[in-house]
Write a protein that binds this ligand. Structure first.
Ligand code: NAD
Length: 381
């Protein structure tokens, strides 16, 4: 089959879904690889690198969409790309099936197959294809780097001839994939790192990374603000009040706050209120990784950096993975390559879209002229 990757059209997007390395692996599965000219330039892969890896460079997006049996890209298709999608073709990309329901229906009507990368089930076997996690890992790392870039001080404490420098104090709210990456980055830079999550089971992980888990003034059995199944749910009003009271106490002493708290399929909970921002020291920084879902910080402006009257910088960028285009492309292209490995079980260049396979079924939102979203729950844990 011909696997093709077009240039991303979304403004400012630096990622690309195929790298020279991933293309070489795809060829070992018996596939031919195509790339639109210039598609990898923003993440550091020029056309010559693809050619050297055996990839055919195609001049235009139109030609690429026409030739490819499978189109692998990062962002959900634009309206123009939807027009190019055709019967029998497979599209693999992020594709929010709820927000983009009409596009999903249109793809099914055309007889195209769509695999949505955010729908890859979060089961152990699928971790190597879990693009949400690989992007969240980058976002968590980059959030700390971005905070450091806007914080006029060291992270680590120092004793210098010019005087003693105290270490920075960082609070990470939400210890999922992005939060844990932020915690690891912050501790490795030498900051005193505190972390909170509604799921108390992450406390051990947080502590093993050298950070301090923030406990609330609650009875031990009531610490659990989460639902079953490993995912957070909406906290009770009492739990939320205790959480906000603890954050109010911490606001004047923390230098950097990284918020990553999300609840599946909901707007982000508001956890860092205006009075907390007001209580922070001038020069402090808030990086809100939940900005796309409304933000955890009341004052966050999506895709902007603002500075408040009391000198607190609040960063609401939503393109952290793209800010590390080379790394993000390498990990994303590897996720795609693993998915295509499962889709090519005989390694003979033939795609077997096995809807009995939990992972393939879970991520497929349009197939055989039908909308196949939502999927049944996965059988394997
Ligand atoms: P996420 O991005 O959905 O949310 C981030 C974190 O915010 C979560 O840890 C959540 O508990 C926390 N949160 C929600 N409300 C909060 C609040 N009010 N205050 C503080 N924290 C709050 O999380 P994620 O990174 O996608 O991880 C969610 C779960 O999925 C975790 O259990 C994780 O281990 C699991 N997971 C499993 C796999 C896998 O097995 N392949 C891969 C990734 C994640």
């Amino acid at each position: 089959m011909k696997i093709g990757t077009p240039k991303e059209l979304f403004d400012g997007e630096a990622r690309v879904a195929m790298t020279p390395d991933s293309a070489q692996q795809l060829q070992k599965l018996g596939h031919d690889c195509l790339i639109e000219a210039g598609a990898g330039v923003k993440s550091g892969f020029d056309d010559a690198l693809y050619e050297a890896a055996g990839v055919t460079v195609v001049k235009t997006a139109a030609a690429l969409w026409k030739e490819a049996d499978v189109v692998a890209k990062v962002r959900a298709p634009s309206d123009a790309e939807m027009k190019k999608l055709r019967e029998g073709q497979t599209l693999i990309s992020f594709f929010s099936p709820v927000a983009d329901e009409k596009k999903m229906q249109a793809a099914a009507k055309k007889g195209a197959t769509v695999i949505a990368m955010e729908m890859i089930p979060r089961i152990s076997r699928a971790q190597k294809m879990d693009a949400l996690s690989s992007m969240a890992n980058i976002a968590g790392y980059r959030a700390v780097i971005e905070a450091g870039n806007n914080f006029g001080r060291f992270f680590t404490g120092q004793i210098t001839a010019a005087g003693r420098v105290p270490p920075a104090k960082v609070l990470v709210v939400g210890a999922g994939v992005a939060g844990l990456a932020a915690i690891g980055t912050s501790t490795s830079l030498g900051a005193i790192t505190l972390a909170f999550d509604v799921r108390p089971e992450v406390a051990e992980q947080v502590e093993s990374m050298g950070a301090e888990f923030v406990y609330l003034d609650f009875e031990e059995e009531q610490q659990d603000g989460s639902s079953s199944g490993g995912y957070a749910s909406v906290s009770s009003p009492e739990f939320r009040e205790a959480q906000l009271a603890k954050f109010r106490e911490l606001a004047p002493e923390v230098d950097i706050v990284i918020t990553t708290a999300l609840i599946p399929n909901r707007e982000a909970p508001e956890l860092w209120t205006e009075d907390m921002v007001k209580a922070m020291k001038p020069g402090s920084v808030v990086v809100d990784l939940a900005a796309e879902k409304g933000g955890n910080c009341k004052l966050t402006v999506m895709d902007q950096k603002i500075v408040t009257d009391n000198g607190v910088t609040i960063i609401g960028y939503t393109d952290f993975p793209s800010r590390m285009g080379a790394q993000a492309s390498t990990l994303y292209a590897t996720n795609i390559r693993h998915l295509l490995t499962d889709l090519t079980p005989e390694k003979d260049g033939v795609i077997n879209h096995n809807m009995e396979d939990d992972v393939i079924r879970g991520a497929t939102i349009a197939h055989a002229s039908e909308v196949t979203f939502p999927p049944p729950p996965p059988k394997v844990a």
